[in-house]
Design a protein around this ligand. Structure first.
Ligand SMILES: NC(=O)c1ccc[n+]([C@@H]2O[C@H](COP(=O)([O-])OP(=O)(O)OC[C@H]3O[C@@H](n4cnc5c(N)ncnc54)[C@H](O)[C@@H]3O)[C@@H](O)[C@H]2O)c1
Ligand SMILES: [Zn+2]
Length: 345
């Protein structure tokens, strides 16, 4: 949004939609909160409240949804987000913060949390024993792993980088890890091998290369693991923020498996249709969640002690944080402590 990657940013922009704080003042008709309550605001601050989506607690899919920042509010002004010392919000769009749940660490759940919780629930990927894949281990991905584990599913993290394996398994509690590779590469090296002998020949060559170049071990084990994992997942939550190939991911799904795209690449993805047809597989999208479900998610997170991994920063660190974010150099969310930043001034 800051750099207008999606092409619809309206400036001046004050971002921030994983916002927590304390109520300092209420309007005369407010019933939901009182002064002093701890509350959160997620990605939306308004909707029509009358349409089919709104009356089904899916304000996030209302055609007139007002996003927390960047949307035009009902009074015609541009809505501004949480990089701010105060905010005025309609009580309907406030989440009541669970008691003793940390405000700072918990705040990313208001977008990253609901964006992954909602599709796991809606698409029935929350049943104990199911095999769930999570693609992309960033802000959304690491929270998806935690929710999927809390639902009792077996979680496979799929990432482009083998370096994240230890972290995914030992720290986040994933059950297994796969390195995704370009399907073109897999076609040549792993899947569309013209004959068994050619395949055997390639393996022998790799074996010798292996001895010469240690890192090739990873390559061989990767190819083998992706083949072994084919057709094993009930569902995938894809959080990748850039254009990426889907074929290898679709091949990991069982027949009737569901892949839900929540990552929002600016450019379209290429959709291979044959692997969908042959297994009656589903590819879907999902966007944050409604207010009722967001409250349910935060209460569930508090009950199961699901907390994002964050690095808390003062506001004047923001430019460095943005640079580090572009390099995926954060585990896994920066949280800006506005109150402390103001006190330090
Ligand atoms: N659907 C929604 O409602 C919703 C809500 C919030 C965020 N999003 C979108 O979800 C995406 C992820 O958000 P985030 O906060 O987790 O971001 P993030 O930067 O923390 O994580 C993105 C992950 O994608 C990986 N990645 C980036 N480029 C890749 C590539 N070419 N191939 C494979 N992996 C790649 C990164 O390594 C990282 O693990 C963003 O596009 C964001 O805009 C969607
Ligand atoms: Zn509506």
């Amino acid at each position: 949004m800051a750099k207008n990657d999606w092409g619809f940013t309206q400036y001046p922009l004050i971002p921030g939609h994983e916002i927590v704080g304390e109520v300092t003042e209420i309007g005369s008709k407010v019933e939901k909160v009182k002064v002093g309550d701890k509350v959160g605001v997620g990605c939306l601050v308004g909707s029509c409240r009358q349409c089919d989506q709104c009356t089904s607690d899916l304000e996030n899919y209302c055609p007139k949804v007002i996003w927390t920042y960047g949307s035009v509010y009902t009074d015609g002004t541009l809505a501004h987000g949480g990089y701010s010392n105060l905010m005025v919000v309609d009580e309907h769009f406030i989440v009541l913060w669970p008691e003793n749940f940390p405000l700072d660490i918990g705040s990313p759940l208001l977008c990253a949390g609901i964006t992954t919780y909602s599709p796991l629930r809606y698409f029935g990927l929350d049943k104990p024993g199911m095999n769930i894949g999570v693609v992309g281990l960033g802000g959304l991905g690491h929270v998806a792993v935690k929710f999927a584990k809390a639902f009792g599913t077996k979680v496979t993290v799929i990432s482009t980088s083998i370096n994240k394996k230890k972290e995914a398994i030992e720290k986040l509690g994933a059950d297994s890890f796969l390195v995704s590779r370009d399907p073109e590469e897999m076609k040549v090296r792993g899947i569309r091998i013209p004959s068994f002998f050619f395949f055997f020949f390639i393996i022998i060559i790799f074996f010798f290369l292996n001895i010469l170049l240690r890192h090739e071990t990873k390559l061989i084990s990767t190819i083998v693991s992706v083949q072994v994992a084919a057709g094993t997942l009930d569902g995938i939550i894809d959080t990748v923020s850039a254009t990426h190939p889907l074929l290898a991911l679709i091949s990991l799904l069982k027949p009737h498996g569901k892949m839900v795209l929540v990552g929002a690449p600016a450019q379209p993805l290429e959709l291979p249709v044959f692997p969908l047809i042959s297994g009656r597989k589903i590819i879907a999208g999902s966007g944050v969640g409604g207010m009722k479900e967001t409250q349910e998610m935060i209460d569930f997170a508090a009950k199961h002690n699901i907390l994002p991994d964050v690095e808390i920063i003062p506001i004047d660190y923001i430019n460095t944080a943005m640079d580090r974010l572009a390099k995926s150099d954060v585990k896994y969310r920066f949280v800006i402590d506005i109150a402390k930043s103001l006190k330090a001034e």
